[in-house]
Design a binder for this molecule. Structure first.
Ligand code: SF4
Length: 299
């Protein structure tokens, strides 16, 4: 089975291999400070679901630090001056703040010649008019990707995981972003409590049927991490943990549904090993990816 992978897409679009730099905008999250909810989404770790992002410091400094972490991946094939990156503001809700201050931060990244695009992870209830205007200004400098953490289309599951916005809010924001020419990437999580295969694939179908299509989808495996509400919930209400085979099977079914013009940004997630409670098999990232990639190739 052929899939439209992010690395292939980036190569086609920018003519070379491009890596992401995990950066921090210094934002918190409205689902933690009481504006939208308290305690955050139950699976979210202290790092705001961006455990590899850096603490907030000047953007140029963050870029230089992050480059050191990914530059080995170029294997010396691209000279340092020709390397290109995506500035990825990953952790917490990166449009939850003063639009002028955020513009200064994002612009600093966008203006760097080695930055090919700016990717901003956020919540659909945090794209108000002034934020949208700011993002439109930013888009004049470099392409802007907006990553929305939908996780599931089910409002019942959303309540259980304390997502604190309805799917209708996502839908409205999604269309607003697309009407304004943004590239939108949607995150889904497989293995959420109370969700069976039918429900997970319903989310995949929902996202695949959006018109216009989203630009990308990130498929993630639910990680139960220490010191999260989900860890407490799991202890009190143990639920089924997907095995590697079950997860792979689900991925194949999802990939059969997702239209080929949508870029697959991820086939699983990265959780910090030292915090991982379940699924323990996911700690061996290399083995997992080999297993999944083989299954996709053989399908
Ligand atoms: S919206 Fe994002 S940062 Fe906020 S609690 Fe949920 S997963 Fe964490």
């Amino acid at each position: 089975m052929d899939i439209n992978t992010l690395s292939g897409y980036l190569k086609k679009r920018f003519g070379e291999k491009i890596y992401k730099l995990s950066l921090s905008s210094g934002c918190t999250c409205p689902n933690r400070d009481g504006s939208a909810g308290y305690g955050g989404c139950i699976f979210c770790s202290e790092g705001g679901s961006g455990d590899f992002a850096q603490p907030f410091m000047p953007v140029k400094e963050q870029i230089n630090n992050a480059k050191k972490l990914v530059d080995d991946k170029f294997h010396g094939k691209t000279s340092a001056k020709d390397r290109k990156y995506i500035a990825y503001f990953q952790s917490f809700t990166n449009t939850y703040g003063d639009p002028d201050k955020l513009y200064t931060i994002f612009k600093e990244a966008a203006m760097e010649p080695e930055i090919a695009a700016v990717s901003i992870a956020t919540r659909p209830d945090c794209i108000q008019d002034d934020i949208l205007e700011m993002l439109l200004k930013l888009k004049q400098i470099k392409p802007v990707w907006i990553e929305l953490g939908l996780q599931t289309v089910s409002d019942d599951t959303a309540r259980l995981i304390n997502r604190c916005y309805e799917t209708s809010v996502f839908e409205k924001t999604y269309h607003r972003l697309k009407e304004n020419g943004f590239e939108v990437i949607i995150h889904l999580i497989f293995g959420l409590p109370g969700e069976n295969e039918e429900m997970m694939l319903k989310s995949v179908r929902y996202v695949s049927d959006l018109e216009p299509h989203p630009d990308g989808i990130k498929l993630q495996l639910l990680h139960i991490l220490k010191n999260t509400k989900l860890a407490e919930y799991f202890e009190q209400n143990p639920f089924h943990i997907l095995s590697l085979d079950e997860y792979t099977d689900l991925l194949i079914k999802a990939l059969e549904i997702i239209p080929k013009d949508i870029v697959i940004h991820r086939l699983t997630g990265d959780g910090p090993k030292n915090l991982l409670i379940e699924p323990l098999w996911s700690a061996d990232k290399k083995k997992v990816l080999n297993h999944i990639n083989k299954a996709i190739r053989d399908h």
